[in-house]
Structures are given as structure tokens and as C-alpha cells.
Design a binder for this molecule. Structure first.
Ligand code: PEP
Ligand code: MN
Length: 339
């Protein structure tokens, strides 16, 4: 159960409410987010919702039987909009395009990517300065200095930054230079990181874990939400299966399922999803048709020379064509109301 508390609720009203909820055998947790105060009740017994609903200090009450609560559509029917400022939004009914290299490599590279994004009308740039690499000997990113440099150039161009945070200690140093904190697939269940991102007032995009279920992704989002931060984006980036012909198995089933279960926007990452450059565009368009609210993909001036993930990275001409097709496909999807 989720109880949204009125701002005006008094301490004694809250105490009586908690006592009443405990009496029916439900454990309670208080959650304060940047937008409201809630009381989450966890339990299984049937009870008469009217009895609690009539109590003083309550704004709204819902029974949400899902394991995740606040990110559930059973709690909030209207889709959540992520507003990054300057007219850049990620939201239902719109198509966000986020493009950029796997890793931020140099000032020259950043400038070239920004020029390409500007030409293609893309307002969000991805790129890692802290890179989770399977091998400790691989390029692990330019670090915070790279992010500062990137931020100077991107903000002058009106482009928003989407970048991975790997550990709690990076959150604060990244804060002034980051628009969307990306939680990578290897960190989806790093609960300390999720807790701390709950305290931040900037958007967080959570990737699906390498072997994570849809339910686990939603539970990870619930961590950040219940920690206080409602600005969340979910990202399907492929899961590990027995299939070896592609890097991962892009689970496009997850898109309509996540959209049905949660009010949060859903983004698809076809680059990591399939891991093969030639097939990224069609998987991106499939993601659009599956109902995604945005696509995130990798692009680089010379993909063959990229420090990481070159094999799945588009060159700028391919990226420009894909951005165009993403928009065209999205227009087509709007007219596709089969159900
Ligand atoms: C990335 O976006 O470059 C990345 C490392 O992604 P993932 O966490 O999905 O592997
Ligand atoms: Mn990558």
C-alpha cells in the first residue's frame, strides 16, 4: 500500500496512521522525495482501505500489490516527464535521441561529436569518463577532468550530458557537470550507489542488469525513488543469454512490459543490445516500434579508432541517417494503434 501524506499532516496524525497500518499487520516505511511524503505499507493481509483512507492527514491511498511500489503504474497512472531544461525532455509521447561515443577520449573528439549532434538536431550526448571495462588493462576513461572539458563544450552548444557514475564517491564531483547520471548494467544492483543517487536532484538513467530481470530493474528504480529522487529513466540494453552470435540479447519485450508496469520513461540501447554496428539501426527502429520513449546509441568520427566499443559504433553519416529514421519511425508509430 502507498499512502501519500498531506504536507499539513501533524506528528500525532502520522503516529495514529502508522499505528493503524501496523495493526492490520503491515510494516511501514516513511519515504520523503523531492516531490512528496509517503508512507509505504508492506504486507499481505486483506484490509478495508476505506478505514485507513478516512484518517486525517492523507492525500491519497492505493493498494499496490507489486513488489515495487512508487515506480508502479498502479500508483501513478500519468507518465513521468524528465525535464533536463532548455527544452530538452525525455517523456512519453516524444522521442529522445541520445548519441555519442562509448568513451570520452579527447577535446578534439568531443568537439567533432558535438558538431555532428548539432547538425543532426540531437540535444543529448552520451559518453563515459569512468568506464567499467572487463579488462583492467583497457582504457578506463578520462575521469573528472574529461567531464569538465566535455561540460564546457556541451553546455556552450546547448547539449545535455548523459554519463555513467560507477561509485558513490563520484556522485558529488560529477554533479556540476552532469545532466543525467547513468547507472551501468554492472551496477544496476549496487544498492549503495542507488541509495545515494536517491539524494540527488538530477535525473538518473538505470540500465538493465546484465542478467537482470524486468522486475529487478524496477526494484532498482524503486531504490532511487524511495531514496528521494523521482527523476528516473529505465534503459533496456540487452541481457546475457546462451546466444553468442550477438553481444547481448536485446529484450525488446521489456519495452511494452515496462511501459505497462511503470510510469517511468523507457529508453532502448541497441548498441550494447546487439553489439554489431551493421545491425544497430534496425534494432533501434525496432525499439521505437516497441514503444520506447527514446534511443541511446554510440557514434564516433572514426569508429574503428574508438578506444572502446568501436565494433558497435556508428560513424557520423550512419548516425545522421539513423536519427532521421528514428524520427520518421516514431511519426509512423503514432499512427499505429493496433491495440
Ligand atoms: C556504456 O553505455 O558504454 C556501457 C558501459 O553500458 P552498459 O552498462 O549497458 O554495458
Ligand atoms: Mn559502450
Amino acid at each position: 500500500m502507498i499512502i501519500q501524506l498531506k504536507e499539513s499532516i501533524s506528528d500525532s496524525q502520522k503516529d495514529s496512521l502508522i499505528a493503524e497500518v501496523n495493526k492490520i499487520g503491515y510494516k511501514t516505511t516513511e519515504v520523503k522525495t523531492q516531490l512528496g511524503d509517503y508512507l509505504i505499507g508492506i504486507g499481505k493481509k486483506d484490509f478495508d482501505i476505506r478505514k485507513i483512507g478516512q484518517m486525517e492527514g492523507i492525500q491519497d491511498i492505493h493498494i499496490v500489490s507489486d513488489e515495487y511500489k512508487l515506480v508502479s503504474k498502479k500508483w501513478k497512472v500519468s507518465p513521468t516527464t524528465i525535464d533536463l531544461g532548455d527544452g530538452v525532455c525525455i517523456k512519453d509521447g516524444d522521442m529522445a535521441i541520445i548519441a555519442g561515443p562509448c568513451s570520452i577520449e579527447s577535446e578534439d573528439q568531443i568537439k567533432k561529436v558535438i558538431a555532428h549532434l548539432q547538425e543532426s538536431g540531437i540535444r543529448m550526448m552520451r559518453g563515459g569518463v569512468f568506464k567499467p571495462r572487463t579488462s583492467p588493462y583497457a582504457f578506463r576513461g578520462m575521469g573528472i577532468e574529461g567531464l569538465k572539458l566535455w561540460h564546457d563544450l556541451a553546455s556552450a552548444a546547448g547539449i545535455k550530458i548523459v554519463t555513467e557514475v560507477m561509485q558513490v564517491s563520484q556522485i558529488e564531483e560529477m554533479y556540476p557537470y552532469t545532466d543525467v547520471y547513468q547507472v551501468g548494467a554492472r551496477n544496476t544492483q549496487n544498492f549503495n550507489l542507488l541509495d545515494e543517487l536517491g539524494k540527488v536532484d538530477k535525473a538518473v538513467m538505470i540500465k538493465r542488469g546484465i542478467s537482470g530481470t524486468i522486475e529487478e530493474l524496477l526494484q532498482s528504480a524503486e531504490y532511487v525513488f524511495s531514496g528521494g529522487n523521482e527523476k528516473l529513466i529505465l534503459c533496456e540494453r540487452g541481457i546475457r543469454t546462451y546466444e553468442r552470435a550477438s553481444r547481448n540479447t536485446l529484450d525488446l519485450n521489456a519495452v511494452p512490459i515496462l511501459k505497462a508496469k511503470s510510469h517511468l520513461p523507457v529508453i532502448v540501447d541497441p548498441s550494447h543490445g546487439i553489439g554489431i554496428r551493421e545491425y544497430v539501426p534496425q534494432m533501434a527502429l525496432a525499439g521505437v516500434m516497441a514503444g520506447a520513449d527514446g534511443i541511446i546509441y554510440e557514434t564516433h568520427e572514426v569508429p574503428e579508432k574508438a578506444y572502446s566499443d568501436g565494433q558497435q559504433t556508428l560513424d557520423f553519416a550512419q548516425s545522421a541517417r539513423l536519427a532521421d529514421w528514428i524520427r520518421k519511425t516514431f511519426e509512423m508509430r503514432k499512427g499505429f494503434e493496433l491495440l
